[in-house]
Design a protein around this ligand. Structure first.
Ligand code: 5AD
Ligand code: SF4
Length: 465
């Protein structure tokens, strides 16, 4: 889960059809993937995506429960959607509101009680049943709630992604978590850890590449713990899977997120050296630099074990860009513990990182701790940490100025004649170039480090065909 801010994804296409679908996506990349698959599921029923909520026959709110006042945010957004529904229904246009995702999973009954105008509530593991749920509501059989963990896998029921993919795509390969970190709601909302079979992933990736995708981000809550059934009857790990995916024609880049330090095997570290498609970027959340806090977080590793992994990674791939997540103000965190986190950050240096104030999640062990940290303390610590992380990110970006780097161009830039894309280190880069280069990887010499991106000049028109 990399995304820190809530994402508002509005899928938009031109349409000549009658029924419209509007999807609002909050939270992590797995939610973005799930929302895209919901769109794929409803397309055969005649639903086209619109970015105008007022035009939609079906409104889906795909929610996130990981931090903050998740439930209250959902009710506030539902208030807005309710007004749209009432206005449309006054005009004689039946409108259906569905709440999906992790808040739906955790608070399904409460949502239906407090917002009875919601028609459907479903969790992350049941959205393959969405077409049936919509039909059930249309038949006026009342509200529908689907928040069980079904025995069937939703992945067996999802249609192939459509043609509107860009040049980069997400692909969920693993879901759920058995690690039960003290602060985290994921094991309760996404369920037990499960890996998709290798062949299903290869098929989906091959299909994506046939649509023009050049970069795939493999997603999972514990993606580096992947252990899926292989076509040879053996269990495959992430390395074997990535090696196989690398043979798909057209696929230039593979990323994976989010990883846990305890599953960072030596073979995965070696793959960063040996597998050219594997991008030199790793998001490896450490959460805290204090052994005492790591223990109370139930993370299962020490600070020095994290250092050893980073050392091995830097040895295998000296230019690897590191990213992490930090939680500030976990129950029991003293000033000493916080200083230890600051030391870890200074020692390792991150290309980017996400840091959050601890927020209690219902049902998790840390939420009932008596040692909660006062908000002003958390605020002060977070500010101090974020200032250092920001400087490190700026320095990392500045260090790329003057280098020649392959950039995968994915879209037009904001200014006339510009094209934009990402570096292997996940930096946003733009350059003057012909639109025909969009979808290709070209070598760019980085000229300047701006606030949110890098600008450069094309050196070589294409490294890829
Ligand atoms: N409070 C604050 N941050 C949290 N995260 C997960 N749960 C919480 C919580 N209760 C952060 C962790 C995780 C990231 C996705 O969100 O840092 O790695
Ligand atoms: Fe949450 Fe910990 Fe599992 Fe990550 S490893 S999803 S932080 S419980």
């Amino acid at each position: 889960m990399v995304d820190t801010s809530f994402t508002h994804i509005a899928h938009s296409t031109q349409t000549i059809q009658q029924r419209y679908l509007h999807v609002i996506t909050w939270g992590c990349q797995m939610n973005v993937y799930d929302s895209n698959r919901m769109v794929d599921l409803l397309r055969p029923l005649g639903y086209k995506v619109t970015d105008e909520a007022e035009k939609a026959d079906v409104l889906i709110l795909n929610t996130c429960h990981i931090r903050d006042k998740a439930t209250e945010k959902v009710f506030s957004e539902l208030g807005r959607l309710r007004q749209i529904k009432e206005y449309r229904e006054d005009q004689g246009n039946p409108t259906l509101i569905a709440v999906a995702g992790c808040v739906a999973q955790a608070e399904g009954e409460i949502i239906l009680k407090r917002a009875p105008y919601v028609d459907i509530v479903f969790g992350p593991q049941t959205y393959h049943r969405l077409p049936k749920m919509i039909l059930d509501v249309a038949r006026k059989s009342g509200n529908v709630i689907e928040t069980d963990f079904p025995t069937e896998s939703k992945f067996d029921f999802l249609p192939a992604p459509d043609e509107s993919q860009g040049y980069t795509a997400f692909l969920t390969i693993q879901e759920g978590c058995d690690k039960f970190c003290s602060f985290c709601v994921v094991p309760y909302t996404r369920g037990a850890e499960e890996s998709r079979p290798v062949q299903a992933i290869i098929d989906e990736a091959t299909h994506l590449c046939s649509l023009g995708v050049k970069e795939i981000s493999l997603l999972g809550q514990n993606v580096n713990a992947y252990h899926g059934q292989g076509p040879d009857g053996n269990i495959w790990d992430l390395v074997k899977l990535a090696e196989k995916l690398s043979t798909i024609p057209g696929l230039l880049r593979i990323r994976y997120t989010t990883s846990h330090p305890n599953d960072m095997s030596d073979s995965l570290i070696a793959a960063h050296r040996d597998l050219p498609t594997l991008m030199p970027f790793l998001h490896l959340p450490v959460q805290s630099g204090s052994d005492r806090i790591l223990k109370s977080m139930n993370r299962g590793h020490t600070v020095s074990e994290y250092y050893v992994i980073i050392e091995k990674l830097k040895k295998a791939k000296p230019d690897i860009a590191l990213s992490s997540d930090f939680i500030i103000g976990h129950p029991g965190e003293t000033n000493e513990d916080f200083k230890a986190t600051m030391k870890l950050v200074q020692d390792i240096t991150f290309a980017q990182a996400f840091s959050f104030k601890y927020s209690p999640r219902p049902g998790t062990s840390a939420a009932v701790s008596m040692n909660q940290i006062a908000e002003p303390e958390k605020d002060a610590r977070l500010q101090e940490l974020q200032a250092v992380l920001k400087d490190q990110q700026t320095q990392f970006n500045k260090d790329t100025v003057g280098r020649k780097i392959p950039i995968l161009f994915t879209h037009k830039g904001r200014k006339e004649g510009q094209i934009a894309g990402k570096s292997p280190y996940l930096q946003a880069v733009h350059a003057q170039g012909n639109d025909s280069l969009i979808g290709q990887e070209c070598v760019v010499e980085i000229d300047e480090c701006l606030t949110f991106s890098l600008s450069g000049s094309l050196v070589k028109e294409s490294t890829s065909h």
